[in-house]
Design a binder for this molecule. Structure first.
Ligand code: ADP
Ligand code: ASP
Ligand code: MG
Length: 408
């Protein structure tokens, strides 16, 4: 008998029938004698609908009130699942984040979990009930409803598993595991039996939305056994996120390919090449609460240099505006940019011990006539910025070039 936390994503609870399906799976595990805590997302599309609704009233929604609105999606599904379980004769009780007391900081729309009170959940589990918790939400010290950022139910699931010292956290979604790349873009993508935490962290941070990055961070920090599985298949091992590298010598050097459409490139041209310039440019951008991703500063010539970086697409116009104010002040020639770009990354712990990975990547892209606009590397990943019209092509040819369609 084990304590299992199961998280079901939006598609998995998208209709009353699918919620009944979830109830059947929960009942199956319960019948095997396990204790269950079930974390749910809102029905698919619901969070987007709620955000759009808020924007009809306020173009830039008040963050506190936006959290009040978007957290309702999960409140609906938890109630429905509790009912579906009762219909099957299983005792169950639903909790919002506030009712559990999932305490977060007060950073509305991207709050971080600080602590979880397990008292009420333990009492229910001891009484033989299935505990159902709304994902994506918490409550701050003043009692305000907070949310954890898009995809945040994954993090709720893993955080609950950590707090309850669960034996396993199972993330049920609409694919049957973590693949070498998004199977919706490359149909030849292969399911991975295991992936290391390090690789999963990179994949998530570079755009693979199968797991929210914070959920992977949490699992690594608290040693949570984390598995991704399909809610539409009866059987299957899914993908286990492991702490150890796969000893399989045949394993490809590159484990996966991630991509992110949500990037825009900004160039500040002809700024004086002197100490403090990066700070003068990026300081005001940070002050405006804009996340900066890739940064490149060219070697200066004739006392000036060009400075480029990427921001989320939705922040493109605002960043240009911020920099137009800064440009005159720092003495730059012009500010321009491009919001029709994307980032494609290859990830693999094998890159540590292999040479020539970067040149294979660049050659493969060159052969397709894909121009690389920016490059950034770390020990286990290489990312490039390319025109967004090449995204699918770039991911497909790299997938093949690194033998991922042959991966086992
Ligand atoms: P949920 O609503 O269950 O949280 P998400 O849509 O957030 O589901 O995440 C699952 C989706 O992630 C898949 O449908 C798939 O398109 C996408 N995805 C991106 N990269 C990968 C990958 N490497 N492996 C599996 N799925 C991926
Ligand atoms: N419903 C939230 C979202 O769509 C949280 C989640 O699904 O994980 O982002
Ligand atoms: Mg998700």
């Amino acid at each position: 008998m084990a304590l299992i936390v199961q998280k079901y994503g939006g598609t998995s609870v998208g209709t009353p029938d699918r919620i009944k399906n979830v109830a059947r799976r929960v009942a199956k595990f319960k019948a095997q004698g396990h204790d269950l805590v079930v974390v749910l997302s809102a029905m698919s599309g619901e969070t987007n609908r709620l955000i759009a609704l808020a924007k009809e009233i306020q173009a830039n929604p008040d963050p506190r009130e936006l959290d009040v609105i978007v957290s309702t999606g999960e409140q609906v599904t938890i109630g429905l699942l509790a009912m579906a379980l009762k219909e099957q004769g299983i005792e169950a009780k639903s909790y919002t984040g506030g009712q559990v007391k999932i305490l977060t900081d007060s950073l509305h729309t991207k709050a971080r979990i600080q602590s979880i009170d397990d008292t009420a959940m333990r009492a229910d589990l001891n009484a033989g009930r299935v505990v159902i918790v709304a994902g994506f939400q918490g409550v701050d010290a003043e009692g305000n409803i907070t949310t954890l950022g898009r995809g945040g139910s994954d993090t709720s699931g893993v955080a609950l598993a950590a707090a309850l010292k669960a034996d396993e956290c199972q993330i049920y979604t609409d694919v049957d595991g973590v693949y070498t790349t998004d199977p919706r873009v490359v149909p030849e993508a292969k399911k991975l039996k295991t992936i290391t935490f390090e690789e999963m962290l990179e994949m998530a941070s570079l755009g693979s939305k199968v797991l929210q990055i914070r959920s992977v961070e949490f699992a690594g920090k608290y040693n949570v056994k984390l598995r991704v599985l399909s809610s539409f298949q009866e059987e299957g091992e899914g993908t286990l996120i492991t702490f150890e590298e796969d000893p399989n010598m045949e394993k490809p050097v590159v484990s996966g390919i991630a991509f992110n459409r949500d990037e825009a490139r900004i160039n500040v041209i002809g700024v004086p090449d002197k100490p403090g310039i990066a700070y003068q440019i990026l300081g005001p951008v940070a002050d405006a609460n804009i996340d900066v991703d890739m940064i490149i500063q060219n070697v200066g010539q004739d006392g000036t240099t060009d400075f480029s970086f990427t921001v989320p697409k939705g922040e493109f116009a605002r960043t240009i505006k911020v920099l137009e104010g800064v440009q005159a002040h720092v003495g730059g020639k012009s500010v321009n940019g491009d919001d029709k770009i994307c980032k494609v990354s290859i990830v693999g712990v094998g890159m540590r011990s292999h040479v020539g990975v970067a040149s294979t990547m660049f050659r493969t892209l060159a052969e397709e006539g894909i121009n690389i606009q920016m490059i950034s590397t770390s020990e286990i990943k290489i990312s490039v910025i390319v025109d967004e019209k090449y995204l699918e092509l770039a991911v497909r040819v790299l997938h093949k070039a690194f033998g991922l369609d042959q991966a086992k």
